[in-house]
Design a protein around this ligand. Structure first.
Ligand code: ACO
Ligand code: HSE
Length: 366
């Protein structure tokens, strides 16, 4: 179930603009334990929402690595998104109408500050694991740089320290498609629909790989000269997003993604990443053309206590959403490493984070 937190004071953004009050839509799963040390905070990517069990099946949920029986799992819908948090769909008190395209720029740094504020309001001080992929990883990276002492562990998937010129180029092409639709941001029925569908079609090319299309969109009849399967796939992907996402929110979020640069006003990327003190698992996808492995190598080079795993997948960038069995195993292995199982006895281990000693991992305390 989605909950709503209302914060009735202004939130000043990096640009200097201000939102007069905030609503944060969030989901939680599981229970906060007595020691209050079992929080896993998930940052979602561009078009997802706060219901992480829904969009990350096979990784989040009972019986999976991020299990609500073990952890208190929190996911907050990011600012500017279509799913309940303050966004272009919210009413601008100055006009009495939705902000639409006038919604102020929200950077990934603003998102990190927003999550920090929401965590305070929810009474969450310490976070055992902060994780996120793609834009979610960018926001997680910002939060970790902003308040490194809050986190025991970090997991960054298919993300980077600074959004690339290539990525900004893809996003600008999407905004060009949105702007080419004269109904964008108007009161017209289905306003912005054609622009959003074209924008998503462009985006999906960057979220997949040549091999994804080769495996799934081959034309059954080699004699065809028109009406290709890959074409209807592109159109369907546009339509599918239109059914669930607001075009002005899409416009706003892509601008925020473009702003991403952990090194801004922190002396560069290396200096910023060196602020991250938590042990960090970095997951890369070998077919990711949008956030290629060299970007995760850079994260790993400068985050002091980090480990880089490169997954093989034909899916491309969106592999971070669909390759959940592999991600689950990598994450479980990382978490087990942090438990420091006693190599001599194998009978007891001390949880380095809580300081408690257990007889068998995850069971009886001794
Ligand atoms: C309320 C909500 O929906 S919440 C938000 C859910 N989404 C998110 O959270 C954002 C993150 N998720 C995503 O970006 C995506 O869902 C992903 C990457 C995880 C998966 O993408 P999908 O589009 O489901 O997968 P894929 O690219 O394989 O496409 C499959 C779909 O295309 C359709 N399809 C495949 N080939 C073709 C074709 N040639 N022509 C037309 N349609 C086609 C399939 O029938 C399937 O349709 P369905 O989704 O209606 O079942
Ligand atoms: N497919 C992802 C974007 C890529 O990270 C989403 O729609 O959220």
């Amino acid at each position: 179930m989605t909950n709503y937190l209302h914060i009735n004071h202004p939130f000043t953004l990096e640009s200097g603009a201000s939102l007069p009050y905030l609503t944060a839509a969030y989901n939680t799963y599981g229970e906060l334990n007595e020691a209050r040390d079992n929080v896993i905070w998930i940052c979602h990517a561009l078009t997802a929402n706060s219901d992480a069990e829904d969009w990350w099946p096979g990784l989040v949920g009972e019986g999976f690595t991020i299990d609500p029986n073990q952890y208190f799992i929190v996911c907050v819908n990011m600012l500017g998104s279509s799913y309940g948090t303050t966004s272009p769909k919210s009413i601008d008190p100055d006009t009495g109408k939705p902000y639409g395209l006038d919604f102020p720029l929200v950077t990934t740094r603003d998102q990190g500050r927003f999550f920090d504020l929401v965590a305070n309001y929810l009474g969450i001080r310490r976070i055992r694991l902060l994780m996120g992929g793609s834009m979610g990883g960018q926001c997680a990276g910002e939060w970790a740089c902003l308040n490194p002492d809050r986190f025991d562990l970090l997991c960054l998937l298919a993300t980077n320290a600074r959004f690339s010129p290539y990525g900004i180029g893809f996003n600008e092409s999407q905004r060009m498609a949105l702007r080419a639709d004269p109904t964008l941001g108007t009161d017209a029925p289905d306003a912005g629909r054609l622009g959003l569908e074209a924008a998503r079609s462009v985006a999906v090319l960057s979220y997949r790989h040549y091999r994804t299309y080769h495996a799934t969109q081959q034309q059954p009849d080699a004699d065809d000269i028109d009406d290709f399967r890959a074409s209807s796939y592109q159109r369907y992907q546009g339509y599918k997003l239109w059914k669930r996402f607001d075009p002005t929110c899409y416009y706003a979020l892509t601008r925020g993604m473009d702003s991403h640069n952990l090194g801004r006003k922190r002396g560069g990327e290396a200096a910023a990443l060196q602020k991250i003190t938590s042990p960090t698992l970095i997951i890369s996808i070998d077919t990711d053309v949008l956030f290629p492995t060299e970007e995760q190598s850079l994260l790993s080079r400068y985050i002091p206590n980090s480990r880089l795993d490169v997954m093989s997948s034909d899916y491309g960038h969106d592999g971070f959403l669909v390759e959940t069995p592999t991600i689950g195993l990598l994450l479980a292995d990382f978490l087990a490493d942090q438990l420091q199982i006693d190599a001599n006895t194998k009978h007891a281990f001390t949880d380095s984070l809580s300081g408690r000693t257990f007889a068998i991992p995850g069971t009886e305390e001794v």
